[in-house]
Design a protein around this ligand. Structure first.
Ligand SMILES: *Cc1c(COP(=O)(O)O)cnc(C)c1O
Length: 390
């Protein structure tokens, strides 16, 4: 038995990557409160409040709204395995890592998958979904609202009419948009959505909020085959979150405390104000990066606020820059994935991390890392950011 293991003291980092993001201090405190039993009346009250707040943040009246145990990918799998029966036709927009993952999960669930591909770094034109569907009928039309792998925002509302033409339910990945971008389930006609706690909600990873419209709930009830995953079977889990309170699996009690506080913070700040805050700091970041000669990868009209993808300048060593940031500034930013590996930085300003302080830190740290590789900025990044703040 090793006897020299010390109590855990993780370093204090600033997380400005693609997630997890910095956790709000009051969320960390909520996580440390005493664990209750999963059928304790006090805990049942917490669950009800979480559902009420989730509906407000998702902007929906959907009855079937709750957090799944597991990270964002568990939410993705929940939506897909509950709605897909073997042989169902599913259309998936793919322009990054998460669309690719959706298509793979759908295939494993037995769907007949058609992908609508788009170059990474661009949104997908709704017309491309129509063309790929070629007049056929589909059970689901799936898309990623905020592609964290590329920094692209997809217009979800515009896909509703396409889904109607295909007879499809509209399924949306809102892992990085919930609490950071405008997202309106009911107004946009979204049928199924999943998110995650560790992006713009500023809670640690571990839960995946989901919501099903009445149409999606009817499709679930009309299944001819049982849901392939027992753990993620919504018809079973809904009876624990609903009136029956039937035991399915032990709820991750303290994570739900954390989510409760995180959602409370979102509503206290105000959804609109929070979305505006994300947009403001993203604009300041892009202005500051521009002064350093760093270009965003995505056109302004398709760009995410919570995550900015930046091109690594030719001749600059990507890994060395990120290492410098971590060592000298305790600052984490993300590298690129897939075709963007080695040539892109992904800078997240999410939830509690979307602040002027973090914009200044990222700009200062990047300028230092570039100077270390012999590149001095032409302009003044902090002054350029300050101009946005006015
Ligand atoms: C992070 C992320 C996921 C996956 O979430 P995990 O918590 O890593 O399982 C899915 N989709 C998008 C858009 C994401 O950003």
């Amino acid at each position: 038995m090793p006897t020299d293991i010390q109590p855990l003291v993780p370093p204090a980092r600033t997380l400005c990557g693609p997630g997890p993001s910095d956790v709000a201090p009051s969320v960390l405190s909520a996580l440390a409160r005493p664990t209750l039993g999963h059928l304790d009346p006090e805990f049942l009250r917490v669950m009800d409040e979480v559902r009420t707040m989730l509906r407000a943040v998702f902007r929906t009246e959907n009855e079937l709204t709750m957090p799944m145990s597991g990270t964002g990918s568990a939410g993705m799998e929940t939506c897909l395995v509950n709605l897909i029966e073997p042989g169902d036709a599913v259309l998936v927009g793919v322009h990054g890592v998460f669309g690719t993952r959706m298509a793979e999960v759908a295939r494993r669930a037995g769907a007949n998958v058609t992908v609508v591909e788009q170059e990474w770094g661009r949104a997908i034109d709704p017309e491309r979904f129509r063309t790929a569907a070629a007049g056929g009928k589909f059970k689901l039309l799936c898309c990623v609202h905020a592609e964290t792998s590329t920094g692209v925002l997809q217009d979800v509302a515009a896909l509703r009419s396409v889904a109607d033409e295909l007879g499809a339910l509209l399924l949306v990945d809102a892992v990085t948009s919930l609490g950071g971008h405008d997202l309106q389930l009911d107004a946009w006609g979204v049928d199924a959505v999943y998110s995650g706690t560790q992006k713009c909600l500023s809670c640690p990873p571990g839960l995946s909020p989901i919501s099903f419209s009445s149409r999606a709930s009817e499709a679930l009830a009309a299944r001819k085959t049982p849901v392939q995953s027992w753990y993620l079977d919504l018809s079973l889990i809904a009876s624990y979150w609903g009136e029956e309170r039937a035991y399915h699996h032990t709820a991750p009690i303290n994570m739900i405390y954390g989510l409760h506080e995180a959602l409370r913070l979102v509503l206290e700040e105000g959804l609109e104000e929070r979305i505006e805050r994300h947009a403001l700091h993203a604009r300041a970041l892009v202005a500051g990066l521009g002064a350093m000669g760093l270009e965003p990868r995505v056109a302004a009209s398709e760009r995410l606020a919570p995550l900015t993808a930046v091109a690594v300048p030719d001749g600059v060593d990507d890994a060395r820059v990120r290492g410098h940031l971590l060592r000298q500034f305790d600052l984490e930013i993300g590298g690129g994935l897939g075709p963007m590996k080695g040539n892109t930085w992904r800078i997240g300003l999410m939830g509690a991390g979307s602040t002027r302080r973090n914009v200044s830190l990222v700009l200062t740290a990047l300028a230092s890392a570039l100077a270390e590789q012999g590149r001095t900025a032409a302009g003044d990044p902090l002054a350029a950011a300050a101009e946005v703040y006015g």
